[in-house]
Design a protein around this ligand. Sequence first.
Ligand SMILES: [Zn+2]
Length: 305
Amino acid sequence: MRTPKTLHDFYTQFPDEDACWAALRQMRWPHGFVCPRCGGRGSHRLRTRRLEQCRACRHQASPTAGTVFHKTRVPLRTWFLAIFFLARHKKGISALQLRRDTGLGSYQTAWTLLHKLRSALGPRPEFRLTGLVEADETYVGGAVSGGKRGRGAPNKALVAGAVEQREHSAGSLRLAVVPHASTAELGPFVRGVIDAREATVLTDGLPAYAHLGPAGVDHRPEVQGDPARAAEILPWIHKVFSNLKTWLRGTFHGVSPKHLPRYLQEFSYRFDRRAREAELFPFVLRRAVRGEPLPYARLTAEVVG
Ligand SMILES: [Zn+2]
């Protein structure tokens, strides 16, 4: 699929709902329709209801079933436009801005749509971090005015991060919200994102990382004397944390810890594809087609953990 470079390109490529449904069908069934019930390959298109009906068993299948567009009442072209903006803007788009730009009826609809897309941007579990991997943790968010600052402040969330350290740049990034900076939380995070046979993990001297070596990870802790030294040992993860905080403040004016995990997914997704920004539209669209449906009730009920 071509990447629309401008809004004009977008409207040329997707002039109406039918064009979007055709694109979706093509992505869903690239080798022709396959019946999810009987595996049959022939179908009639029920145009008015945008369904495919299996010629063999008459099962009616929607190309949106099992995707993030599942049972949506928002026009598909509005979804595509949201993906275009999300992909086009280097720093992403807030629900407020998306509502303004697309004329969506409510803030809640715009918010839900963006979170459903973010939910499809998680790292692929088969790709693990390798080589030198910097691991660290940081507090994100917190009271904007008044209130306490620092570790105990309300609305602060602890984010664990791991990023590949390459010779002159960073490789791939993983972020997760963790409840505590403890061995029980940080250990499984690090072990879960690396390929232990291919990775050497660099951390500061925090005791929570001390068990990594005994757990079979090639681990090089550095006890830091002063903060400048920490930035020297772990340059990329510090840069990532700083950019993450700027992004959350700048684009979204802060986010609630409850929904932070999905913002972390979007941030890491962008980071890993920062050299391929121009191609993000088809990438994100493909993720949306492969993504799991996420009902609004589950979206709002999820808790940090
Ligand atoms: Zn069938």
